[in-house]
Design a binder for this molecule. Structure first.
Ligand code: HPA
Length: 271
């Protein structure tokens, strides 16, 4: 990754009409429908953007969508890159850097996650308060990182408190159950063993998933205020662990999606 490559990616998008977006949004598994709320959308498929990671076959629908939501200019990633697909930390965070170059001032992230905290239920949402990186690497561990920002990036409060407060207020007003907690990121793609769920609980995780943390680390590297919300798709009870069916995880994310869309739309109005 070089600055020139990032600039070329951004220029391609600007030429397509991606002008001065204020907010960048990353939509997780089963959460793509927010894009239906975009007026006058312009679409760029990942495979057409110079220097973007090449999308895999199963990931052919990955695209960036630009337009307006609630009167604000947004750029939305419909589909993200995951480590478990064979991408590296620089690949999966490349789009965050491109959106930053386009000019976004806020980042909103969503994902599907398993509930390690058994007070939380399938279909609940969780505002991520903090995280634990268990992916065994960093998107800032490369030779010339200091050309892009502070190498030893502060992570004392990686999630923007003001946007978090707004989300809590909106959820209350809209009668949406919004838990708060710590998200642990793993590589996947296999789900966790009972012993691993016990470990995650001991470590202080409330939810576990396979994304988001690298994106948030890069947002902090760029001084880009970020919030993240998980849809809890399965209950990870090590003493009564049911086999998970990925299609069920996706179905629960899709069922919860309207609430996520509502939360994000209302949040965007306040930004
Ligand atoms: N573990 C990891 N990732 C997940 C899970 C889980 O239980 N559920 C949804 N994404």
């Amino acid at each position: 990754m070089t600055k020139e490559q990032l600039q070329e990616s951004a220029q391609y998008l600007q030429q397509k009409g991606f002008e001065a977006p204020e907010i960048g949004i990353v939509l997780g598994t089963g959460l793509g429908k927010l894009v239906d709320n975009i007026t006058e959308p312009i679409v760029a498929h990942y495979n057409h953007i110079p220097f973007f990671p090449l999308a895999t076959v199963e990931f052919h629908s990955g695209k960036l969508v630009y337009g307006s939501i609630s009167g604000k200019k947004v750029v939305v990633m419909q589909g993200r890159f995951h480590l478990y697909e064979g991408y590296d930390f620089l690949d999966i965070t490349y789009p965050i850097r491109v959106m930053h170059l386009l000019g976004i001032e806020k980042l909103l992230v969503s994902n599907a996650a398993g509930a390690v905290n058994l007070d939380f239920k399938k279909g609940d949402m969780m505002l991520i308060d903090d995280h634990i990186n268990l992916q065994g690497g960093s998107p800032l561990a490369f030779k010339n990182v200091s050309e892009f920002g502070e190498r030893f990036t502060d992570m004392s409060s990686p999630y923007d408190a003001d946007m978090g407060k707004q989300l809590v207020r909106i959820a209350k007003k809209q009668n949406i159950r919004l838990q708060r907690g710590v998200y642990a990121s793993v590589v996947g793609p296999q789900l966790e063993t009972r012993a691993e769920y016990r470990m995650l609980k001991i470590l202080g995780a409330d939810a576990v998933g396979m994304s988001t943390v690298p994106e948030i680390i890069v947002a902090n590297h760029l001084n880009l205020p970020a919030v993240a919300v998980s849809v809890l798709t399965d209950e990870c009870d090590p003493d009564n662990l049911q086999p998970v069916d990925v299609s069920e995880i996706i179905a629960i994310a899709e069922r919860t999606e309207p609430k996520m869309v509502q939360l994000f739309r209302e949040l965007i109005k306040t930004l």
